[in-house]
Write a protein of this length. Structure first.
Lengths: 165, 253
């Protein structure tokens, strides 16, 4: 039986990001498309989040495994770089899941005009735990390539934010 | 791809090797940075740089079509076959040297990736557009540190100024356009790095002015890395970077 594109993308909703297991690779925007050929073979097009993201190979293997479990005989995964991945592709519903999981979602990925502002013009994320807006950036980098480290001034809880990029 | 231009692989190696060598150098800070946040930041920057090198080396292997993959380029070339700018291979130095170098090379990187994102080569343009976002994030981190160190305490100012003085002779090479890339530039495949010198200097001057740091006068600019003539430091770096792959050739992990 030849699956439809919608079916394949639905199945891929079960493949989670290994480092942010609350988001699927579709919600994350890593999966760009799925093409089904006339023999039922599937080609999934993906794009990396960060150039050095060590999770990409795991994601590729998981996609292959998930589709093979659904009976797809021929799975190929193709990587593209254009258009470049942006956190703006993460839908609002997925951002809510991130916050519920304890990771502040990314704001809009705006290109700052000034390269070295020292002070940030845009407001920081609210604390995903106590929802206070009084938060401060602790480190622009975090435990994975896609996150930054913040601390809540209200409840003193450190938390991570998905970097807007 | 139908018969790629013979200069394209060397040109890709110049782009990739800067990031590979600087990335490896930066990884030496892992577990040694002055504060935990900086340890994490430098490890992240190193990871992104090595990731960028990985993508460009994969592409270089595909263009070359001789069966070399990214690992073959990274682990089985000798020092004289590397094409990185000398700036990238210098020892990591203190935190001042590390941050000033990331600022100098990072500003060059943002300009180079931006120019390469308009390459007529779609693969290179795609990699560049992606790397540009990461590069802007890195250079912001470095530049803000340069301002804080330069305009900080007497000690941090002294060290930051010493770093600027020590690294300045290695900045000119980034803008020396390799002669064998003339056709590639004319075809819009790669960027003319000599055109990046003026915008780079404007940005550097802005950072250094805010950091109360000065550029040394009348400095002879070192060169050689783009043609495979390196400082002794590269060999030592490669010895460490390549030993596992060379001790266990063909191993996969």
């Amino acid at each position: 039986m030849t699956p439809t594109r919608e079916q394949v993308l639905g199945w891929l909703e079960e493949v989670k990001d290994p480092e942010v297991p609350v988001l699927s690779v579709v919600e994350l925007g890593v999966v760009r498309d799925a093409m089904i050929d006339r023999h039922g073979g599937v080609t999934v097009t993906i794009t990396p989040t960060y150039s050095g993201c060590p999770a990409m190979r795991v994601i590729e293997d998981s996609i292959r495994e998930a589709l093979e479990l659904r009976g797809v005989a021929q799975v190929s995964v193709r990587t593209i770089f254009t258009p470049a991945w942006t956190t703006d592709w993460i839908p609002e519903s997925a951002k809510a899941k991130l916050e519920a999981y304890g990771i502040a979602p990314p704001g809009p990925a705006v290109a700052d005009d000034e390269l070295f502002p020292l002070r940030r013009a845009t407001a920081g994320p609210r604390c995903p735990f106590c929802k206070s807006p009084r938060t401060s950036l602790r480190s622009a980098f975090g435990s994975t390539a896609c996150k930054a480290l913040w601390v809540c001034q209200e409840c003193t809880q450190p938390f991570e934010q998905f970097k807007a990029i | 791809m139908s018969s790629p231009h013979p200069a394209l692989v060397p040109a890709l190696l110049r782009i990739a090797d800067d990031r590979l060598i600087l990335g490896h150098r930066t990884s030496e800070w892992c577990g040694h940075a002055p504060i935990l946040e900086e340890d994490i930041a430098l490890a992240n920057i190193a990871l992104d740089l090595i990731g960028q090198a990985d993508l460009v080396l994969q592409y270089a292997g595909a263009v070359e079509g001789a069966g070399r993959n990214e690992d073959a380029f990274a682990f089985f070339r000798e020092a004289t076959e590397f094409r990185n700018a000398l700036l990238c291979e210098l020892p990591k130095g203190d935190f001042g040297v590390t941050i000033v170098r990331h600022c100098f090379h990072g500003l060059y990187s943002t300009l180079q990736w931006e120019a390469l994102s308009r390459s007529t080569d779609a693969t290179l343009a795609g990699i560049a557009a992606k790397a540009l976002k990461e590069s802007r994030y890195h250079v912001r981190h470095a530049g803000e540190w340069v301002i804080r160190l330069g305009d900080g305490t007497e000690e941090s100012h002294r060290r930051a100024q010493e770093a600027v003085d020590a690294l300045w002779p290695y900045t000119g090479e980034m803008f020396m356009q390799p002669a064998d890339e003339a056709d590639l530039v004319a075809a819009g495949l790669t960027a003319d790095v000599s055109a990046l010198a003026v915008p780079w200097r404007t940005q550097v001057d802005d950072v250094l002015r805010r950091a109360t740091l000065t550029v040394p006068d009348g400095v002879w600019m070192q060169r050689g890395g783009r043609d495979g003539r390196h400082t002794e430091h590269l060999g030592h770096l490669l010895a460490e970077m390549q030993i596992v792959a060379r001790s266990h050739p063909g191993a996969a992990w």
